[in-house]
Ligand binder design. Structure first.
Ligand code: TMP
Length: 207
């Protein structure tokens, strides 16, 4: 059996990437592909426990270093328990966020920690998606959408508009630096229009 494809969605809070990840998973399943939809932080029972430590509570609850370790621990468990077995079984894995979120969020919060993020990734994760869809979105609009939901998971949204602007710049730069696997998609459009473009990009993936 051939190994499955690994597709990730990235973007700022409220960019619509979770909806787009779900729509793509549904479209692929409707085509008869075996698909596993998952998310980060989380995606396995252990990583979901770590998620609660990360997304709830005061913005300054963790030092940046501790936060990077927690995200990496959650990712390692997600990879071992969920992603790798699904890819081995030939499934397409669609993940709402993965390592690029740590590069951009933790890098945006404290730029000098990017080297630590990269070293931990190399040591503990060591793989990249086949395709990364970066949903680009106006931060003011996205922030209003994200906070409007008031999910109780607003720790990063609570870091404010300037932080969201840095994140957007970070995701755009990341997409530009990895043209092999990243595609920047304009999220300031109707949901169905964005979904159609995402489908086209995913269908173009070999395998
Ligand atoms: P979500 O809202 O997309 O579920 O993600 C939860 C929050 O965690 C979101 O504000 C982004 C943040 N995050 C990071 O800061 N670093 C990471 O590595 C990941 C996966 C998420």
């Amino acid at each position: 059996m051939s190994r499955g494809r690994f597709i990730t969605f990235e973007g700022i809070d409220g960019s619509g990437k979770s909806t787009q990840a779900r729509l793509l998973a549904e479209a692929l399943a409707a085509e008869g592909r075996a698909v596993h939809l998952t998310r980060e932080p989380g995606g396995s029972p252990g990583a979901e426990l770590i998620r609660r430590l990360l997304v709830e509570g005061a913005p300054d609850r963790w030092s940046p270093e501790t936060e990077i370790l927690l995200f990496t621990a959650a990712r390692r468990d997600h990879l071992e328990v969920t992603i790798e077995p699904a890819l081995e079984a030939g499934k397409t894995v669609v993940s709402d966020r993965f390592a690029d979120s740590t590069r951009v969020y933790q890098g945006a919060a404290r730029g000098e920690l990017r080297a630590l993020v990269d070293r931990l990734h190399e040591m503990m994760i060591g793989c990249e998606p086949d395709l990364t869809i970066v949903i680009d979105m106006d931060p003011e609009l996205a922030l209003a959408r994200g906070l409007a939901r008031r999910s109780g998971e607003d720790r990063f949204e609570d870091m404010g508009a300037a932080f969201q602007h840095r994140l957007r710049d970070g995701f755009r730069a990341l997409a530009g630096n990895h043209p092999d696997r990243c595609r920047l998609v304009d999220g300031n459009r109707a949901e169905a229009e964005v979904a159609a473009e995402v489908r086209r990009l995913a269908m173009g993936l070999p395998g």
